[in-house]
Design a protein around this ligand. Structure first.
Ligand SMILES: NC(=O)c1ccc[n+]([C@@H]2O[C@H](COP(=O)([O-])OP(=O)(O)OC[C@H]3O[C@@H](n4cnc5c(N)ncnc54)[C@H](OP(=O)(O)O)[C@@H]3O)[C@@H](O)[C@H]2O)c1
Length: 334
């Protein structure tokens, strides 16, 4: 992208880790405006100062949003519409984990809510309000662990939960899991990887609903050790396992640096119109860094019924459906 670009990107979770790095790379690549969507104005202002210092660019703006709350996502969407922004790249990167269950105002557990609730609400609102450009690229952050083959991370068996407790209704099963009302004890990393399966389904189903020209993909940045992601983990994991991973992770292609992780998002922003509805993660099945590729394994990622179920479950969690009418705005000048 050239330095004259007027294209606008919005990055959630831009004050830390991979979101911060992505915001920096977008500015360095010449994006005209990069909106730092952070939990509070103070965090956004702090990130803006650091990003300006790193990049030498003054293209950053701040937007406060708590991505786990419907009301906050609505308020942030109101602000964007009021500012007259047109977003070309919507990067839904924010995500949190917590070792003990915490819940949003609607009873959705925070691991699920932070990655699904506000991101869904904002996307629906921006579509309805004509804030996305006609060739917008939407990327939502997935996880390597959603594939169910990372040691110690178990994806909940949604089909079994539906069959055993909800008469086969998988939307109800996902909604119960997100409220920690399923049959599983709360294990935060299992909640995390199951929520990220729903992220991939959400993106695939949304791709079929978007107007032609817009795309959406779920993209795992790969495994990165030096982010804030571990801050809420138990002491044993933070103080013993994570430092160990820093040493052996790169040797085993199970963890890597932050720059290529963020670069995956920017690569996805450049995909053509025909690349949509996919879940991208590390191409090699049992690795967590390196070249990314479309995930067709396990089969649940490509099953259309499951994808629609995932989308419908997020609609149920938020009470916000796909808009009856999508407004298409004129494309921002190149
Ligand atoms: N690190 C990895 O190995 C890895 C691997 C696969 C996927 N991911 C995903 O990558 C994304 C970024 O994670 P990271 O590793 O860069 O971790 P990080 O440094 O902790 O960054 C997470 C960002 O999300 C924000 N966030 C979390 N909950 C939020 C909420 N309710 N409202 C607003 N912002 C919220 C955080 O804001 P605060 O500072 O205010 O909490 C922070 O800016 C996440 O979706 C994560 O699941 C990470």
């Amino acid at each position: 992208m050239n330095s004259e670009s007027t294209k606008t990107a919005l990055v959630t979770g831009a004050n830390s880790g991979i979101g911060f790095e992505a915001a920096a790379q977008l500015a360095e690549d010449g994006w005209g405006k990069v909106i730092l969507a952070c939990r509070s104005e103070a965090k956004g202002d702090d990130a803006r100062a650091k990003l300006e210092a790193r990049t030498g660019k003054d293209c950053f703006e701040v937007l406060a949003v708590d991505t786990s709350e419907v009301a906050s996502a609505n308020a942030a969407s109101d602000q964007l519409r009021g500012r007259g922004d047109t977003i070309d790249f919507l990067l839904l990167n924010a995500g949190a984990t917590a070792t003990q269950p915490h819940f949003n105002a609607d009873g959705v557990e925070i691991t699920w809510a932070s990655t699904l609730v506000g991101h869904h609400v904002m996307t629906m609102r921006l579509l309805a309000d004509g804030v996305l450009s006609p060739d917008a690229r939407i990327v939502i952050t997935g996880s390597e662990g959603a594939r169910g083959n990372m040691p110690g991370l178990d994806v909940h068996d949604i089909d079994n939960v539906a069959a055993d407790s909800f008469g086969g209704d998988r939307v109800a099963a996902i909604d119960a899991l997100a409220h920690i009302k399923g049959p599983y004890d709360f294990v935060f990393m299992n909640e995390y990887v199951t929520a990220k399966v729903v992220v991939a389904w959400w993106a695939a189903a949304l791709a079929r609903k978007l107007p032609g020209g817009m795309t959406v993909n779920a993209v795992s940045p790969g495994s990165v050790i030096n982010t804030g992601f571990a801050r809420n983990m138990p002491a044993m994991m933070r103080l013993v396992m994570m430092p160990m991973m820093k040493v052996i992770g790169p040797l085993m292609n199970m963890a890597g640096p932050i720059e290529p992780a963020a670069r995956r998002y920017l690569d996805a922003a450049g995909f053509g119109d025909d690349v949509t509805g996919n879940f991208f993660a590390t191409a090699r099945k049992n690795k967590a860094v390196g070249k990314m590729g479309i995930q067709t394994w396990p089969e649940y990622f490509t099953d259309q019924d499951s994808q629609e179920v995932g989308f419908d479950a997020v609609v149920k969690m938020t009470g916000v459906p796909f808009p009856a009418q999508v407004q298409i705005v004129a494309r921002s000048a190149a």
